[in-house]
Design a protein around this ligand. Sequence first.
Ligand code: G3H
Ligand code: 13P
Ligand code: ZN
Length: 325
Amino acid sequence: MAVNFKDLGLVNTKEMFQKAMKGGYAVPAFNFNNMEQLQAIITACVEVKSPVILQISKGARQYANQTMLRYMAQGAVAMAKEMGSSIPIALHLDHGDSYELCVSCIENGFSSVMIDGSHLTYEENIKLTKQVVDYAHRYDVTVEGELGVLAGIEDNVSAEKSHYTKPEEVQDFVSRTVVDSLAISIGTSHGAYKFKVKPGESIPPLRFDILEECERRLPGFPIVLHGASSVLPEYIDIINNYGGKIENAAGVPEDQLRRAAKSAVCKINIDSDGRLVMTAMIRKYLVEHPSEFDPRKYLGPAREALKNMYANKCKNVLGSAGKAE
Ligand code: G3H
Ligand code: 13P
Ligand code: ZN
């Protein structure tokens, strides 16, 4: 039976983005696949009073089961309320790759979907995005589109090289599709290996010139930044010191994200940083406690570290802390 997001206590991204645009901050979009990640996201955002977008990829949906997810999202809303808070919570499909997937998510309580047609031709991207928008808007569900290609893996879609968004296309794309927000490519990529830098070399800055040109052509329109993990060195070190092997990893420096968040960028996507924190803390715990086999013992500290990382992102990077009051 179909369920609307409003029945689950969720909100779409419309008002969140209007406030973020006015307030010069970005709403965090944190990916999750399991209970501990969801608990960490909700606890952090309630503690710092930040609006939040819970983000599910196609792979995460397959992993967690769509019915389970619906109740997890409902549980997240109830848990936030129990903690005495009513922060706005959206449930968003990350990198939807078909009309059918978007429809299925909308029928299962998602309040927002991304249709990622960035790998298609321009006209095909418009056609698919518009088809999703037409369906989603009937249910008040917001839609994110994408123009320009990020290098790396976007679910099943992978690209060797990134193609920056062409600012001259954004107005036409937005007016013909009627999307609610637009993801653009300005030099970020997915995963933990975003930039090929030799030791001593600095990370190339994001293409703020492209962002500014998009902003100029789409005044007041919400822009989304994917691939925004910073690949925090302290967690890479823990992973490598406790038996892992993650070499030459590099992420987007947090000061660049801070700058982006002050602009028309209203949503910043972070997945890899969460994965790295969890992996680091679990590795450390298991190495230090080789005879332990209770998952709560190693997942508990991982969840706590994750919560702290998310809270720090809201407070010191995205600027969303205190904006849900
Ligand atoms: O953009 C990609 C997200 O990090 C989701 O990754 O498809 O492995 O769940 P995933
Ligand atoms: P990261 O891999 O940088 O965390 O990016 C996540 C993302 O863009 C999800 O859509
Ligand atoms: Zn992404």
